[in-house]
Design a protein. Sequence first.
Length: 311
Amino acid sequence: MDLLLRIAGEASGPKLLILGGVHGDEFEPIMAIRRLAEVIDRSRLAGQLVLVPIANAPAFKLQQRCGPDGLDLARTFPGNVQGGETERIAAQLTALISECDFLIDLHTGGRAMTIWPLTGYMLCDDGDLLEVQRRMARAFGLPLTWGTSARLEGRSLSAARDMGKPAIYAEWGGGGGCDPAGVEAYVQGCLNVMIELKMYASPLYVDPMPMVIEDHRYGSGHLQANYPAPLAGFYQSAQPLGRVISEGTLLGSIWSSWNQPVTEVRAAGAGLLIVNRTLPAVSEGDALATILETDGDFTGVSEDMASGDVE
């Protein structure tokens, strides 16, 4: 990995691996890891940072989610050293995870989607491991922390789970650009986690009112599995990201031709809209939205969050 960077502190401590660019069209994580490398003061660092800003170079070169072989790196862990290109990259990253003590995997919605700022972790059976992940996710400082099924396979987090390594991921925005606000949130979030883990000496900022949801249901956390497009066409979202919506709410509509009526896509249940498709061109089966079901409990959601206003 040509872009791998190790930063050793002046004091001993754990190793933290931070990944970006697992998908080639997610740019805030790449810039955030570059910025993090610039602001780290080695005299304040205990242990070692292992930084990989562009984990999936073939996909980055294509400016797409996946590389030339069409495999999704985030579904290919632990990989195969004898396999194809993406499988080999997954195997290399798995080896890095094995040598480190903690993992942070940074993502966005890519070109097609935008995602409400959140930090996630797997709800594993190991109580001590789970508690460390909860602490890491909360310390990151984004509005939502989300514990989801530990049975999702192929992820960097599932590789870490199998090794007993505490791991979290983060999602912020998307749309194919590089929002400075997302970059800053990620730099500060990584620093926050390092402080929580006693790896870095600096004041800690944590969002005072995070929304914490833990969902043990199978498939929870799979953002691309919800509201598939029923047909190909031009999709227009009807709701802002972060809005609390009710069952039956119009999420968006698909226009396909002059000879066909507009197809409406409506919410099948109530919850918080945490993923929105922003790329208008859709193929049949493309994910359009994700609603986080919370049984009507939005006590951790501020008025700005409920109105869909994202800073």
